[in-house]
Design a protein around this ligand. Structure first.
Ligand code: BGC
Length: 479
């Protein structure tokens, strides 16, 4: 019984540390929004250079997530996380002491590498180590950690805004990075990776302590079997059979970014200043409120994703995001409007609520669900790097786009992309609610249309099998 309680805590301990990776992802991408107001002044940045400074992190993240599949297979998940936290520390310190903008850009790119590798490794590690029963929940928890990281960043931005201390804003990120670094030394290596490397007896020992039972023979056999299958390659991803999956995941990654979420996350204070909140600190405070709504609506979304399903939430979210962007662009079209700033804050909050309940968590969830096991690592790595590439595209073009077509025109572009996104979801994205991963894979093999990949036997078929592997099932009674 004691051993079971230990196992129960171990999974949560491990999750907490993996979640710190998500928190750093949120912090380091969000912190620039407030810091930028002061960095622009100190380093005399043009719109173009401000865009590059914001996007350097995204470029690094793109590279990091592209190499992460191979890296985590070579050195293991645990060592990859140790390296991630170390790079987080180095990158943060570089940005905090940057003597000029070029140094700052390089530091942000280094930080981005850590975010990119982390955004792939942490969920993978968690999925491999988590009991199947709570795996879905843990994936979405990562998004929650991202939103908490963003809000922490806004809070720190607000606290240091009084004196314009952008170096402290960026430097504060070293605190969670050090906590992650220390924590990673206590993490167990993934037994699945150990089997992959032929360390069978060590894998068995690890699995026994993680599952807190001596009876791991069946799970170990399954791991061995899955590893014996021919491993997936990049080329396979574009085979006729897997193409629909690629379209769905790349499409979701595309629409998650090009519908403009990060124009708010990275640039909200800049936009709010243009809407009439002229004081930097007030603009950052209004941004903080937006961050709070992001966290709150992510929490509300978590249980609804499995109850209402992915598709209804995605469709409702995209329609809501369209309405909010249309309201913002109309507002900016009449700059003399007395209530412009309140209209802007109100519609930004509505937008963030809609995003947090749809594309925010569901993009990450669906890409982790629809790839067949054999190709899951490579598939997720490609989808995640494309997500970072689209993110970079939006961040780099925003300020230049605003200079060219104005804020109003820019928001109309994002609004139009929301409509396209809703059509994409309606015609192509499958409802995977309650459907076992195995069934999704069978549907794919049977050549079903993309939208029908989640049709068929729901999870009951798989559960009796998993139950036997699942020592955590009885944990609730221990408490
Ligand atoms: C997105 C990020 C975004 C964040 C906002 C994530 O799912 O990938 O680009 O900044 O959500 O909460």
């Amino acid at each position: 019984m004691v051993a079971r309680i230990r196992s129960h805590y171990l999974v949560y301990f491990v999750s907490t540390f993996a979640a710190i990776t998500g928190l750093l992802f949120g912090y380091d991408t969000g912190v620039i929004s407030g810091a930028l107001l002061f960095i622009r002044k100190d380093f005399h940045l043009t719109s173009m250079m401000a865009g590059v400074t914001v996007s350097a992190v995204l470029f690094g993240a793109f590279l990091g997530s592209a190499v992460s599949g191979k890296m985590t297979d070579e050195i293991g998940r645990r060592k990859a996380l140790i390296i991630v936290s170390f790079i987080f520390i180095i990158g943060t310190l570089m940005t905090a002491i940057a003597p000029n903008n070029l140094f700052l850009i390089v530091g942000r790119a280094v930080l981005g590498m850590a975010i990119g590798i982390g955004s792939f490794t942490a969920p993978l590690y968690l999925a491999e180590i988590a009991p199947p029963k709570i795996r879905g929940f843990l994936v979405s928890l990562n998004q929650l950690a991202i939103t908490i990281g963003i809000i922490l960043a806004y809070l720190i931005d607000y606290l240091f805004a009084v004196h314009g201390d952008w170096r402290w804003m960026l430097g504060f990120g070293v605190v969670p990075a050090v906590i992650l670094y220390v924590g990673t030394f206590f993490l167990p290596e993934s037994p699945r990776w150990m089997v992959l490397k032929g360390m069978l007896s060590a894998a068995e020992e690890n699995l026994k302590s993680i599952r807190a039972t001596e009876d791991v023979t069946r799970e170990l056999t399954e791991i061995k079997q899955s590893i014996q299958e021919k491993r997936g390659t990049w080329r396979m991803l574009f085979s006729k059979r897997l193409r629909p999956i690629m379209y769905i995941s790349l499409g979701l990654a595309f629409f998650q970014q090009v519908t403009g979420i990060n124009t708010i996350i990275y640039y909200a204070p800049t936009i709010l200043q243009q809407a009439g909140f002229s004081e930097a600190a007030t603009a950052i405070l209004a941004t903080l409120a937006i961050g709070i709504f992001n966290v709150v609506f992510t929490v509300i979304a978590l249980p609804l994703i499995d109850r209402w399903g992915r598709r209804p939430l995605l469709l409702m979210g995209l329609i809501g995001m369209f309405i909010s962007l249309a309201a913002q662009s109309t507002g900016f079209y009449f700059p003399e409007l007395v209530y412009l700033r309140w209209l802007t804050v109100g519609s930004m909050i509505f937008y963030i609520a809609c995003f947090a309940m749809s594309l925010g968590p569901i993009m990450w969830l669906v890409i982790s669900e629809i790839f067949p096991l054999q190709i899951r690592g490579v598939g997720i790595s490609v989808a995640v790097s494309c997500c970072w590439a689209f993110n970079m595209l939006v961040a780099m073009t925003l300020l230049t786009l605003i200079d060219a077509v104005g804020i109003s025109g820019t928001f109309w572009i994002y609004a139009a992309l929301c409509v396209l996104g809703a059509l994409f979801v309606y015609f192509l994205v499958p409802e995977t609610k309650g459907c076992s991963l195995e069934q999704i894979e069978n549907n794919l093999r049977a050549g079903r249309a993309p939208r029908e990949l989640g049709i068929g036997l729901r999870k009951k078929k798989l559960l009796p099998e998993l139950g036997a592997l699942e020592p955590e099932v009885e944990v609730a009674t221990v408490d």
